[in-house]
Design a binder for this molecule. Structure first.
Ligand SMILES: C[S@@+](CC[C@H](N)C(=O)[O-])C[C@H]1O[C@@H](n2cnc3c(N)ncnc32)[C@H](O)[C@@H]1O
Length: 265
């Protein structure tokens, strides 16, 4: 990592795809944004969706959303440095980035068709209470860590559960597991990692009624060459790890056989 990437990474807080974190983390991030994207594309009445990503980090999610035909995407983050990176690496004609603090931004925000946010509201005191003031036309889709018990120095909200969204109406709950798969509340995964709250406008059907999305939604798989290489490296590492584990086991076994033989002779 360069000193700038190190600063953006901020001790593990922020993902820079292909630079920080492991492949599994990239898959979880991408799977979330892919889920948001699939919902927007499946919705019946959005030819030119206006989308805002609250706490967009380096903008990889905005970039993913910007490929929805006709979309206009706004990324908001408190970190000017992360947005500087976003404007260089994740730019497109239909994306704009602005520095903003969610705490002040939400109460004064203009309406967007879709409001999305992944793993940002847990950084904001009263972040989940503020959701009642979010202005959206079609859907608001928010993801945060679920029942997080380890102390993460960056998170001001912990132990978030379904009940933290009880003040909102028209809400559906989903869970993401550690592999990036997304499950409805009725059939949750064994070990949920994140909780997703999707709130809809009264006129829209629930996600479960959008035939285009089948649950559980499978984790995202890389198709662009940059990520394919990352996937190959990941499997190489995993196989190397397995190979060295087998060699160690074989050595231990032959040593035990040797000792047993000696004790018998
Ligand atoms: C864990 S990162 C997630 C970034 C991005 N959503 C992603 O999934 O890669 C959390 C982001 O929230 C931003 N953030 C934290 N507090 C914020 C606030 N009060 N207002 C705006 N952004 C904030 C951080 O700067 C950081 O980029």
């Amino acid at each position: 990592m360069t000193p700038r990437e190190q600063q953006i990474y901020n001790d593990g807080e922020r993902l820079v795809p292909g630079v920080t974190h492991n492949f599994e983390e990239l898959v979880r991030h991408r799977s979330s944004y892919d889920f948001f994207r699939r919902i927007i594309e499946a919705d019946p009445r959005t030819a030119t969706p206006r989308i805002v990503d609250l706490g967009c980090g380096v903008g990889h999610g905005c970039y993913h959303m910007s490929s929805i035909p006709g979309s206009r995407v706004q990324g908001i983050d408190i970190s000017a440095l992360a947005l500087e990176y976003a404007t260089e690496k994740y730019k497109a004609d239909n994306i704009s980035y602005s520095v903003g603090d969610i705490t002040g931004y939400i109460p004064a925000m203009q309406e967007f068709d879709y409001v999305i946010s992944r793993h940002a509201l847990e950084h904001v005191p009263d972040g989940l209470q503020l959701l009642a003031q979010v202005r959206f036309k079609y859907r608001m889709m928010i993801e945060v860590p679920y029942r997080e018990d380890k102390v993460n120095p960056h998170h001001v909200l912990t132990s978030i559960t379904e009940s933290d969204f009880a003040h909102l109406d028209g809400v559906e709950i989903f869970f993401q597991d550690f592999h990036g798969g997304i499950f409805p509340e009725s059939t949750p995964p064994k070990a949920p990692n994140s909780i997703l709250c999707v709130r809809r406008d009264v006129g829209l059907p629930p996600i479960s009624a959008l035939g285009a999305i089948q649950f559980p939604v499978q984790p995202w798989e890389p198709t662009d060459p940059e990520f394919r290489q990352l996937l190959r490296d990941y499997w190489k590492l995993k196989l190397n790890g397995e190979a060295s584990r087998l060699v160690r086991m074989a050595r231990r076994l032959s040593w035990t056989i040797h000792k047993v033989r000696r004790s018998l002779s």
